[in-house]
Design a protein around this ligand. Structure first.
Ligand code: NAD
Ligand code: UDP
Length: 316
């Protein structure tokens, strides 16, 4: 099978490239490195079944030959990144999704859209089931990401209903693991990086807001199953084990053995107060649920960041 993965040089995308190669696919990775990096895919470059195309997928792309699968993962994903690149984020969610859907339609390939729990906004229903339509502020600072992904879902369903594209939509909840950028601004790299450098751990607001963290290997397994499943409505994938940011920071303190203190910073605008996936649909449809608990996932991720921080310190 030939599989295109946009955003393949990013955190999740690079793990997907690896998984599809291991499954025997020929993988074509498309990325413009706006938030990803060549280092994430360097180890795949020697593989005859791996091709990299440097391209901004908000512009059309023609790929020669047949394709079986198109996975659209290109998009800034960290709040810090998408606030830095709001127009690029809106373009890759709208024009980029249009272009990749056009590619899937032309090649009669399966399509999978990386959507997000952010389509639920600051949710008034908890935990979040796929039937919930969300509580998004379209003109707030997060609107560039949330509305781009909501548009992406809408155009995907339109291509499915009107053109018969064999499409799938995964709503990803906070996922973490090796190959996140140390400076991407998300809570996992921020707090782990700070703990490893002996700096204060930054808690935004009172830290009582919650998130539910899924280890990347679990997510990739769910995505692989969803792509080959005959189901077209959105499916939540995430780990339902919910934790407050304050407790999460304390777990990082303990796991890293740091003596760093916690310091409170203002809560960013429209920061969701709670987030936890209802994964009943994924359980029933895919027989999927996360296998790696937070302690184990955090231990693996901390080891990855430890090497990065040591590299940083050697370079100084
Ligand atoms: P990431 O920033 O590490 O990866 C995104 C990749 O897309 C990067 O390599 C970036 O360079 C590339 N990209 C962005 N715009 C592009 C464009 N116009 N053309 C080509 N490449 C482009 O982020 P991630 O965490 O790996 O997220 C990957 C996808 O999963 C995103 O679509 C994101 O919205 C979605 N998602 C992630 C999470 C999470 O917790 N990690 C949660 C919900 C949704
Ligand atoms: N957060 C924090 N300290 C940080 C970074 C983030 O307290 O250094 C909080 C942030 O306000 C949010 C949660 O951690 O409530 C998760 O933030 P992240 O940027 O990882 O992603 P989000 O889930 O908000 O998209």
């Amino acid at each position: 099978m030939r599989t295109v993965i946009t955003g393949g040089a990013g955190f999740i995308g690079s793990h997907l490239c690896e998984r599809f190669l291991n499954e025997g696919h020929e993988v074509i990775c498309v990325d413009n490195f706006i938030t990803g990096s060549a280092a994430n895919i360097d180890h795949l470059r020697g593989n005859d079944h791996f091709t990299f195309i440097r391209h901004d997928i908000s512009h059309p792309l023609e790929i020669d030959g047949p394709l079986d699968n198109v996975l659209h993962f290109a998009s800034p994903a960290s709040p810090v990144d998408y606030l830095r690149h709001p127009i690029q984020t809106l373009k890759v969610g709208s024009l980029g999704t249009h272009n990749t859907l056009g590619m899937a339609k032309l090649k009669e390939a399966r399509f999978l859209l990386a959507s997000t729990s952010e389509v639920y906004g600051d949710p008034a229903v908890h935990p979040q089931r796929e039937e919930y339509w969300g509580n998004v502020n379209p003109v707030g600072v997060r609107g560039c990401y949330d509305e781009a992904k909501r548009f992406a879902e809408a155009i995907t369903m339109a291509y499915h209903r009107y053109h018969g594209v064999n499409s799938h939509i995964v709503r990803i909840f906070n996922t973490y693991g090796p190959r996140m950028r140390l400076d991407d601004g998300r809570v996992v790299p921020n707090l782990m990086g700070q703990a490893l450098r002996g700096e204060s751990l930054t808690i935004y607001g009172d830290g009582l807001q919650t998130r539910s963290f899924c280890y990347v290997a679990d997510l990739v397994e769910g995505i692989y199953r969803l792509l080959f499943c005959d189901f077209h409505d959105p499916v939540n994938l995430g780990n339902p084990n919910e934790v407050s940011i304050l407790d999460f920071a304390k777990e990082i303190q303990e796991l890293s053995g740091t003596h760093s203190q916690l310091v409170h910073h203002p809560l960013p605008q429209d920061d969701p107060k709670v987030r936890r996936p209802d994964i009943t649909r994924a359980r029933q449809l895919l027989g999927w649920e996360p296998k790696i608990d937070r302690r184990e996932g955090m231990r693996r991720t901390l080891e990855f960041f430890r090497k990065k921080v040591e590299g940083e310190q050697r370079a100084k």
